[in-house]
Design a protein around this ligand. Structure first.
Ligand SMILES: [Zn+2]
Length: 575
């Protein structure tokens, strides 16, 4: 019996579905405008065309950007079933420093649905597995819930130059990725649509409890390197613990595993503490978006706490917000500075001016993994990273005990950035848990930056597949498949991946009216006749080859004798 579960019941969809004309008629993913008159996608405020977006009102430009991102996914994944995204722009939370950008998710999930046997649809990925709505439709070969959309998306309309919202930072509505200091809507849409298409799972990351006790197509690929178990093999308590097991949890799927060496760069950033022996070992870092990339063999030296005046620029003597006063001790060494008050660029520049060879920013809140350091300043010439509060305190405790602490800030060349030692792609498992982010993203250490990291990085390229990105490989691992002719049979198992799927058999321009049956190898009668034509030495050979085919089709009961005669006659008239 099919299970259907609505994920977010608070949104009433059925009464307000009003499909709009898609920007491209061929699109298989259609944006359904949920906005009311004069707001959101219908906002009439005039706007000049921008970055390939030809809309002339704010609403039109929003809709064009949505449809363009939907078309990008539509051109990348193949489903014979149209995908509907119900979407709205609404005023969501936004302050001077933080905002809800927007989100998309599957509207419903399905398990144990029928293989509808439309075309060659393969049916569910497995028994008792939740599937995202659009994925379930592709696998079923039919729309399992034609009265409802597949994804719902809600984005923040306040990111529109309002100075009280992120200081006036707004959505960049162009399609060319040239967002400058604004936020590239196209990139955020690619990310959020990917969640809705399948890059998300349904067990609670707070409790480990699965929805109605069932696994889903995503979480069966989550593998914990500590317990050596997949999430589908765990108890609720084990899943809960795994969600916090920072940089020890991977997505294991054959397509993602194969993509890791082509996508992720060799060398994962790390801090190796060399002495004293009590704290020697490898420590997690968050990489900086500015300054030189970490490299091998890295920068080695003694670690020294940088001190500066406790003044208006920064209230502590270890926040690095003012000029460093212990420059003699810092010069030629690795500076340790606390996070807080001023920006990372300010701290690192002050340490650089004091002669430091590298900077460790110790976090000021507990948790792992240490996030990256944002910012941009081409004058920064020394490497810097963030380390966790606990690790920073461990180093300070040694320094307070008059120990010399030495370390190397560099990369481990045996491990790719964003992978574990076995080459598995690391999932984001921060401690404390971050519902909405935990496990349904790649770890933030991935380099080059990935579309499905929890934060949107400015250097993303709009690519969703190798060699730049691992989103599409993950979707393939959960059950999506390439299917150019939309016959339900994956291209790599389809003897005719670009079938002629006309309704009837057409030979030499003559429509025979005979049903163009598709066979289980993915080829139609038209495909087979075309192959005979391509391989025939002359007209006689072609007619003879067709006769052999038709005899076997009659013998199988696929066509009647009368139909055979019509096709044979058409073949005889070809030249
Ligand atoms: Zn996300």
């Amino acid at each position: 019996m099919m299970e259907r579960r609505s994920i977010f019941t608070a949104i009433v969809l059925l009464s307000i579905i009003a499909p709009v004309t898609p920007a491209q008629a061929a699109s298989k993913i259609t944006i359904v405008n949920f906005d009311a008159v004069n707001e959101g996608f219908n906002d009439p405020a005039p706007r000049p065309p921008v970055g390939g977006n030809a809309g002339t009102t704010l609403g039109d430009q929003r809709l064009i950007a949505f449809q363009a991102a939907a078309d990008k996914w539509g051109a990348t994944i193949d489903s014979p079933v149209e995908i509907f995204i119900g979407a709205a722009f609404d005023p969501l939370t936004c302050t001077a420093t933080s905002a809800t950008l927007g989100q998309a998710r599957t509207e419903a999930i399905f398990a144990n649905f029928d293989d509808q046997k439309v075309g060659l649809a393969p049916g569910p990925v497995g028994l008792n597995l939740w599937h995202h709505s659009a994925l379930a439709d592709e696998r079923a070969g039919a729309d399992l819930d034609p009265l409802d959309v597949d994804l719902v998306a809600q984005f923040n309309s306040r990111l529109n130059g309002d100075p009280t919202c992120l200081g006036g930072t707004g959505w960049y509505l162009g399609l060319d990725g040239k967002a400058g200091s604004d936020i590239d809507l196209f990139t955020v849409l690619l990310h959020e649509f990917a969640h809705g298409l399948g890059f998300s799972q349904f067990a609670s990351v707070n409790s480990g409890i699965r929805l109605l006790g069932l696994d889903d197509v995503y979480n069966v690929h989550i593998f914990d390197n500590t317990t050596h178990k997949f999430w589908s093999q765990m108890t609720d308590a084990e899943r809960k613990a795994s969600a916090l097991n920072t940089r020890n949890v991977i997505f294991s799927g054959s397509t993602v595993n194969a993509a890791v060496p082509t996508v992720l760069a060799v060398g994962t950033p790390l801090l190796a503490l060399l002495s004293p022996g009590t704290i020697a070992g490898n420590y997690q870092v968050g990489a900086a978006a500015f300054g030189p990339q970490l490299a091998a063999p890295g920068v080695s030296g003694a670690i020294v706490v940088a001190t500066d005046p406790a003044d208006a620029a920064g209230p502590s003597a270890t926040d690095g917000c003012s000029a460093i006063v212990n420059a003699a001790a810092i010069a030629g060494r690795i500076a340790l500075i606390d996070r807080g008050t001023c920006g990372f660029i300010v701290k690192v520049k002050n340490a650089q001016n004091a002669g430091a060879i590298a900077v460790l920013i110790g976090d000021n809140v507990a948790g792992t993994p240490p996030a990256g350091l944002g910012g941009a300043d081409p004058t920064i010439t020394i490497p810097s990273v963030r380390i966790s509060l606990a690790d920073a305190n461990a180093i300070k405790a040694q320094l307070a005990a008059a120990s010399v602490v030495t370390g190397t800030l560099g990369v481990n060349l045996a491990v790719r950035a964003g992978a574990d030692a076995t080459g598995g792609a690391l999932l984001y498992t921060p401690n404390p848990v971050a519902p909405g982010s935990t496990i349904s993203h790649w770890d933030t250490i991935a380099f080059p930056n990935q579309l499905m990291e929890p934060n949107i990085n400015a250097d993303l390229t709009h690519s969703v597949q190798p060699p730049q990105d691992m989103t599409l490989p993950a979707l393939y691992d959960i059950g999506w498949f390439a299917d150019k002719d939309l016959d339900g049979l994956a291209d790599d198992r389809d003897a005719c991946p670009t079938s002629n799927r006309a309704a009837t058999v057409v030979v030499g321009g003559i429509n025979t009216g005979v049903v163009n049956t598709m066979f289980t190898n993915g080829c139609t009668i038209n495909d087979t006749v075309a192959r005979i034509f391509a391989g025939a030495k002359n007209h006689g050979g072609f007619v003879s080859g067709v006769a052999h085919l038709l005899d076997s089709l009659v013998a199988q009961g696929t066509i009647t004798d009368a139909e055979k005669d019509r096709i044979q006659s058409a073949a005889a008239h070809t030249k």
